[in-house]
Design a binder for this molecule. Structure first.
Ligand SMILES: CC(C)(COP(=O)(O)OP(=O)(O)OC[C@H]1O[C@@H](n2cnc3c(N)ncnc32)[C@H](O)[C@@H]1OP(=O)(O)O)[C@@H](O)C(=O)NCCC(=O)NCCS
Ligand SMILES: [Zn+2]
Length: 191
C-alpha cells in the first residue's frame, strides 16, 4: 500500500501513528498519541486527539475528535459533526481525569453537524447505525438504527449499504442490495 499522503499545512505531532494510504488534508492537527488506520481520510481543518481511528474511515471537514472518542473501521463522520467528552464542563474545574467515552462502532455514519453528547457514562453509536444531519444524540444508538432530531429519536433502520430499510412481512429488506433482516428484541439481525 502507498504511504500516507500528508498535506504540507497539516501538523502531525511526533509519536502519532498514521497508517498506509491514509490521507491527511489541509490544516489538520494530529496529536502525539493518535492512531489513524490504513486508508482513512481526515478532511480539512480536523483535530485528532489521542484517539484511535480505524481503517477506511472518511472524516469530513472540520471535525474535532477529542480524547475519549473511539472510531472503529469504516466509519463516516459528516462535516462539522461534534463530539463531547465532559457532560458538565466548567472552565475553572479540571475534568481531564474523567473524560466520558464515546464509541462509534464499525460502519456507522454520523450526519453533517450532528452532536454526540457523551452523558456521564459515555455513549455508543452501534454498528452501521445512522445519525441524521443536525441530530443531537443523548442515548446509545442501536446497531443499524436511523436516528434524527433534537433530541435524536429512532425513526427507522438502515442497511449496511446505507439505504433505509422498508418494512415487509416478518422483517425489513433493502431495495438497493436486497439484504434481508429481522427484528428481534428491538435489534436488527441479518437473515
Ligand atoms: C436522515 C436521512 C438519512 C433521511 O434520509 P431519507 O430516508 O432519504 O429521508 P427523506 O429525505 O425522504 O425524509 C423523510 C422525512 O424525514 C425528515 N428528515 C430527513 N432528514 C432529517 C434530519 N436530518 N433530521 C430531521 N428530519 C429529517 C424529512 O423532512 C422528511 O419528513 P416529512 O416526511 O415530514 O417530510 C437524511 O436526511 C440525512 O440526514 N442524511 C445525512 C446527510 C449528511 O449529513 N451527509 C453528510 C455528507 S455531505
Ligand atoms: Zn442494502
Amino acid at each position: 500500500m502507498p504511504p500516507a499522503f500528508v498535506h504540507p499545512t497539516a501538523v502531525i505531532d511526533p509519536g502519532a501513528n498514521v497508517g498506509d494510504d491514509a490521507r491527511i488534508w489541509h490544516f489538520v492537527h494530529v496529536s502525539a498519541g493518535a492512531h489513524i488506520g490504513e486508508g482513512s481520510s481526515i478532511g480539512q481543518g480536523c483535530y485528532v486527539g489521542n484517539v484511535q481511528i480505524g481503517a477506511r474511515c472518511k472524516i469530513q471537514n472540520n471535525v474535532s475528535i477529542y480524547d475519549g472518542v473511539h472510531v472503529a473501521d469504516d466509519v463516516f463522520l459528516g462535516p462539522s459533526c461534534v463530539f463531547t467528552n465532559v457532560q458538565h464542563p466548567r472552565a475553572h474545574v479540571s475534568r481531564k481525569d474523567s473524560y466520558a467515552k464515546t464509541v462509534i462502532a464499525r460502519g456507522a455514519s454520523i450526519g453533517a453537524n450532528a452532536t454526540i453528547v457523551c452523558g456521564d457514562r459515555g455513549i455508543t453509536v452501534g454498528e452501521f447505525a445512522f445519525v441524521g444531519a443536525g441530530a443531537v444524540v443523548t442515548h446509545d444508538v442501536a446497531p443499524h438504527a436511523l436516528v434524527v432530531g433534537v433530541p435524536a429519536r429512532q425513526v427507522g433502520w438502515v442497511c449496511a449499504c446505507g439505504e433505509r430499510l422498508a418494512a415487509r412481512a416478518g422483517g425489513q429488506s433493502c431495495h438497493r442490495c436486497a439484504a434481508s433482516y429481522e427484528i428481534v428484541d428491538d435489534n436488527l439481525r441479518v437473515l
